[in-house]
Design a protein around this ligand. Sequence first.
Ligand code: ZN
Length: 311
Amino acid sequence: MNIIDLHCDALMKLQEANGALRFADSPDLHTNKARLHKGKVKVQCFAIFIEPDIKGDQKFQVALEQIDYFYKEVLGKNPDMVHIKEWADFDRLKLGQIGAMLTLEGVDAIGNDLAKLHILYQLGVRSVGLTWNQANLAADGAGEPRGAGLTLFGKEIVEFNNEHQILTDVSHLSDKGIWEVIELAKYPVASHSNARALCNHPRNLTDEQAKAMFAKGGLIHVVYHPPFIKESGEATIADLVRHIDHFCSLGGSRQIGLGSDFDGISLFVKDLEDASKTQNLINELLKHFKEEEVRGFAFENFLNHRPGIGS
Ligand SMILES: [Zn+2]
């Protein structure tokens, strides 16, 4: 069954390795092309993520370098990798092709300059998360003790996203920030977050937040990172399925998807250690849900709720 994975960090790895990794088959990439094909990942989203220790004036440069790896290494060397720049591009993918979409994980790289966000949009960024775990000029992240919401600049970014049919990603935001994005964003999404009711972690969503996301027409894509699945011990695929089941119980069965976080994590769910194993998750889901529902989690829910479609 084809799947859409809303989050991976392969671009950070490619850029940090300075050309030493091949996207086609490098074993150091959980989401290399061979593994995506094997796991039937039909669309992979590639996050631009800047490590917090990169100095402020170099962050935009590093973002551009990651985009350069996206164009030259991911797309340029692999004709079967197809750039998704418009929402309708999802419908144009042919057999044997994998769609690739750019996303931004935290707006630190643009400083206080919306023009830089416009440049990233023109280069293909179609989903923007305001923060990683710390605070920046847009908002506080989930790890920021202050716990503030969006700044005026952060609200301008959400407005920009709304105007340009860009998703606004709440994963990594503070609780207050999540609530404000749900209220302000036309296209809210949680690209890689689980249920806090099952695993009490600030990176996960409360039931109230999840219900508000669903009411707004937003999507929640569950993440394969064990510390966000289970508070202690080894996490299994069945443990991850519990999060999907829980979001279903909150009314989200048609708004749940997948966001692996591969290449950004160093702990793994058993039998879900890289993109090639993705069908293990689908097979487990098929034991618990109707095929039509699993198709939704895997691919269709995202298609039905992407900007420009339906409500
Ligand atoms: Zn992340």
